[in-house]
Design a protein around this ligand. Structure first.
Ligand code: DLL
Length: 432
């Protein structure tokens, strides 16, 4: 099922020539209308008319979140404020938020990409979408909303939180699709079980989950506990919001909307562009955006471009599931550790709850990693021996994947905080 077959399935040749044309125009516009780009290009002695193809793009400097912060709030905009019809921003953990703007055409583009994404996930006009992504400055809520209205589905703009009301609406309004973060999906599943709601009384058939990293095992867990098909959706405010890439029914990689975004994978240390199949940091250049054209934006997200074509017929290339952000990556005693690796190891065992948190601290000069895992209600706390066995088993599983020693702390059911939006997996106490 396609929303726009002509675009989503165009030939690679056609796509590549469209990309080239749009790339040249974007660089030119950015140079002429955004002082930041003009400054950095000129500092490197680059003139926009020298830009002929994607090889030339590699000569241009990267753009980083810090550049948006330095130009806070509106100095990266390429149009006058009277052309801007929407502003979103992402809070981030440190410093000023990142502010992004959209012209009317940008909103139309975004709605088109979200319409494609919803159809790709298997949603149609007759569906009832319970949209539990936050409405507000976060792009999740309104992004999904506009796409849903475009395809003509019925959208329930419930936003995040208020779990009891979510359950009531899910049941009474007959939601066939749920959209939220994977961690909130799991919390909803848990609450459904606790409230004695039977899955047969729900009509859910598909969930569109994203905005944070999640593992393949987490997908299985959510699919089983909510009895639906779980589709991964990716995006970031700086590029447009959700809808930059999405899975299709094959659930094997996320198709990047390549007619609107040009992607590169780079070595995060050297900045060198890596070939297809190699893992690195995802970098995007927008191809059609008016208010906030963005050139070689370093997402911080680690993935690779999957080789080969997809059985769904879309010509857009796929990226693998995002493994984590380079700034979420923990370096423990010199070893790179992503929370998603630990999630994978934990869920593979099937004996613990998919709720975990990582605490990093320093003992003397040594970095220590403590993995806090919830045990399920069925394991009795007084069975000391079996708890010890479980803890040893978890430890050896994780250690064999990471190659470093870790400490396991089993905690009582429901003690790790549940999230209604993006989950906080890591508590790093090393700086304290
Ligand atoms: O999270 C946009 C979004 C909303 C995507 C709803 C999907 C669904 P930001 O708040 O700017 O935007 O955060 C962007 O979230 O750089 C990734 O690190 C992470 N992220 C987003 N989608 C995924 C995903 C929205 N599917 C940052 N898997 C990105 C892993 C994701 N990480």
């Amino acid at each position: 099922m396609y929303w726009n077959e002509q675009k989503e399935c165009m030939s690679r040749d056609e796509l590549e020539s469209l990309q080239k044309k749009r790339l040249i125009k974007t660089v030119e516009t950015a140079f002429h209308n955004v002082p930041h780009y003009r400054r950095v290009f000129q500092a490197m002695g680059i003139e926009p008319y020298e830009m002929r193809d994607e090889k030339d793009l590699q000569k241009l400097p990267f753009c980083q979140k810090q550049d948006l912060r330095d130009n806070y709030p509106y100095d990266m905009f390429a149009v006058a404020m009277q052309e801007v019809v929407r502003i979103h921003s992402s809070s981030g953990t440190t410093g000023k938020p990142t502010v992004v703007g959209y012209t009317r055409k940008d909103i139309n583009t975004w709605s088109e990409l979200m319409a494609r994404s919803l159809m790709s996930a298997g949603i149609q006009r007759q569906d009832v979408i319970q949209n539990a992504y936050g409405y507000g400055l976060f792009t999740g809520g309104l992004g999904i909303h506009y796409g849903a209205e475009k395809i003509g589905a019925s959208i329930i703009p419930i936003s995040g939180g208020n779990t009891n009301r979510q359950l009531m609406i899910m049941k009474d309004y007959g939601s066939t699709a749920i959209t939220c973060t994977p961690s909130y999906a799991l919390y909803l599943a848990e609450s459904i079980e606790e409230n004695g709601i039977h899955l047969k009384d729900l009509k859910l058939k598909v969930g569109i989950f994203g905005a944070e990293p999640w593992s393949e095992n987490m997908r299985k867990e959510i699919e089983q506990r909510l009895n639906l098909k779980a589709i991964d959706i990716y995006g970031l405010s700086e590029i447009i919001g959700p809808g930059v890439a999405v899975e299709c029914q094959e659930q094997n990689g996320l198709h990047v909307m390549e007619d609107h975004f040009f992607m590169e994978i780079i070595d995060p240390d050297t900045g060198e562009v890596l070939p297809e199949g190699e893992k690195g940091e995802l970098v995007f250049t927008s191809l059609t955006k008016e208010a906030l054209p963005i050139i070689r934006y370093r997402t911080g997200d680690i993935t690779s471009i999957l080789p080969g074509s997809c059985a769904c017929g879309r010509s857009f290339r796929r990226i693998g599931r995002i493994e984590g952000r380079s700034d979420d990556m923990l370096i423990i005693r010199g070893v790179n550790v992503f929370p998603s690796q630990i999630e994978h190891a934990l869920l593979q065992m099937g004996e613990v709850e998919p709720h975990y948190q990582l605490v990093v601290y320093r003992q003397g000069q040594l970095d220590m990693l403590e993995v806090q895992v919830e045990i399920s209600e069925s394991i009795l706390f007084d069975e000391v021996r079996s708890l010890e066995e479980l803890s040893n088993k978890i430890r050896s599983n994780i250690e064999s994947i990471l190659g470093i020693s870790v400490k396991i702390k089993l905690v009582e059911p429901k003690t790790i905080p549940r999230s209604e939006g993006k989950a906080k997996r890591v508590i790093d106490r090393r700086g304290q």
